[in-house]
Ligand binder design. Structure first.
Ligand SMILES: Nc1ncnc2c1ncn2[C@@H]1O[C@H](COP(=O)(O)OP(=O)(O)OP(=O)(O)O)[C@@H](O)[C@H]1O
Length: 447
């Protein structure tokens, strides 16, 4: 039998717990007297159940509410003096954050029953969606084989200064990947400057990137340091690089070759020591073939190519990411909301996630605001159509979607090895290539 741990917050100390609750059999008890100690205990150890004892006062209800709001994964049971619940602050705290409460003198039998029940329910939820041990130092959440490989690749390439070209669908995590490379690089103390080349008006992009000298043009009353120059000593991240106008591609190429820039209207070359990471959701090689992207710049940028897999190809990460964003935005949820219903988890698993991680964030945030009960439903996520209503697109569409999902899952399992995947699916390599092209599945190796 697994150990049942109970964290008890009692400002009046361990003696008060003993006299109020008697011997709590079958529980491994950790008694703390303050919220700060309780936070420390929860960092070191997972507690499915916690108890708040109010005997002789000593609690700051506001701070306690803030603490319980953050630690909603734990089911909390209150044990209060008889007058406690007459105070509005305690009534609100109990209705918003507690699984149940008992009033002193308590029946030890009933209290044990309540705690056991709370533990059982918390255990069920934990199995459905394991609570995330959030490690804020690791922005790239996920343990699927492709994310583990991506993380290993990031560590390897972070130490060298060569340019990196990241490819991935929109919202899949290209900027997060770039930031991880920066954070693990020797330049991590320097700035990380992200520029979306597609979002900048063509008329401004040159001065934004390279800056300008005073008097360079009408209205240039003061000199301006460009974004590339401001990344000196750090990393410059050029997102949607395919959108960079061709005339500026030459300037960027010069910067990559010479590590110096010229401000608009300037004649002196300014040295800039910054690592360049570029990203694109379209295939830059295609852009080169179409003539919209300079070939020499492509080769300069793509010294180290990195591929971020779309979310539908790392289904193993879905639950962890959903929990991660639930925790991240828990300030926006009602206190009663405890997590995802099993139906919601199933809907998350079944969805194809064309908008990738960004879509998941948006759906989780929306659900956290809309949810009315204790658990998020597929309807709150806007995924109620999945597996419930009429099949949209008919049998052919469903068959194609199932085929695609199976191929993606198999690719993921085999580390995107074409021969192994073909063998596992029982088709020839040629057939697999045809299917990959039919379903627009990228086959770039992650490493
Ligand atoms: N593995 C991950 N772990 C945690 N958060 C992630 C992860 N991947 C992406 N995100 C989050 O998802 C959102 C989209 O990620 P990001 O901006 O890196 O995607 P992108 O591929 O650069 O998108 P775009 O192509 O639109 O620029 C961001 O809020 C980011 O923090």
């Amino acid at each position: 039998m697994s150990i049942k741990r109970l964290l008890c917050i009692s400002p009046a100390g361990a003696g008060a717990v003993q006299s109020a609750c008697g011997k709590l059999r079958g529980w491994d008890l950790c008694i703390v007297s303050s919220i700060a100690d309780a936070s420390r205990a929860l960092l070191q150890q997972r507690y499915l159940v916690g108890m708040v004892l109010d005997r002789g006062g000593g609690h700051d209800t506001e701070a306690l509410c803030a603490f319980l709001r953050i630690h909603w994964h734990t089911r909390w049971v209150g044990v209060f003096e008889s007058g406690t619940m007459q105070q509005p602050a305690w009534r609100d705290l109990a209705s918003d954050h507690l699984h149940d409460f008992h009033t002193l003198p308590v029946s030890h039998l009933l209290l044990n029953h309540t705690l056991g029940h709370a533990h059982g329910l918390a255990d069920l939820r934990e199995r459905a969606a394991p609570a995330l041990r959030f490690d804020s130092s690791r922005a790239l959440t996920g343990e699927s084989p492709s994310v583990v490989r991506l993380r290993a690749q990031i560590r390897r390439i972070a130490s060298v200064s060569a340019p990196v070209l990241i490819w991935g669908e929109s919202g899949s995590g290209k900027e997060v990947t770039a930031h991880e490379i920066h954070s693990h690089s020797p330049m991590s103390d320097g700035p990380f400057v992200a520029i979306n080349c597609g979002a900048m008006p063509a008329s401004l992009i040159q001065t934004e990137l390279f800056g300008h000298e005073r008097g360079a043009f009408t209205g240039a009353a003061k000199e301006k340091v460009g974004l590339i120059e401001s990344a000196n000593g750090g990393t410059i991240f050029l997102d949607e690089i395919a959108d960079l106008p061709k005339d500026l591609q030459v300037n960027l190429l010069r910067f990559l070759q010479e590590k110096t820039i010229y401000r608009v209207g300037g004649t002196r070359s300014i040295p800039v020591d910054a690592r360049v990471i570029a990203a694109s959701h379209i295939d830059l090689q295609d852009a080169v073939e179409r003539g919209s992207f300079r070939e020499d710049l492509y080769y300069r940028l793509s010294v180290i190519p990195v591929s971020v897999p779309p979310l539908r190809e790392r289904a193993d990460d879905l639950m962890q990411l959903a929990e991660h964003f639930f925790s991240q935005y828990c300030d926006e949820k009602s206190p009663q909301l405890k997590g995802f219903s099993n139906r919601a988890l199933q809907a998350i698993r079944s969805h194809d996630w064309p908008g990738n991680v960004r879509e998941l964030i948006n759906r989780v945030r929306r659900a956290m605001v809309l949810a009315e009960g204790e658990l998020i439903t597929p309807e709150d996520l806007g995924l109620n159509h999945i597996g419930l209503g009429p099949v949209s697109g008919g049998l052919d569409t469903s068959r194609a979607s199932a085929e695609r999902n199976i191929i993606c899952a198999c690719l993921e399992r085999t580390g995107r090895n074409i021969s192994k995947t073909a063998r596992e699916l029982g088709v020839s390599r040629a057939t697999l290539y045809r299917l990959l092209s039919k379903h627009s599945i990228g086959v770039r190796a992650a490493g």
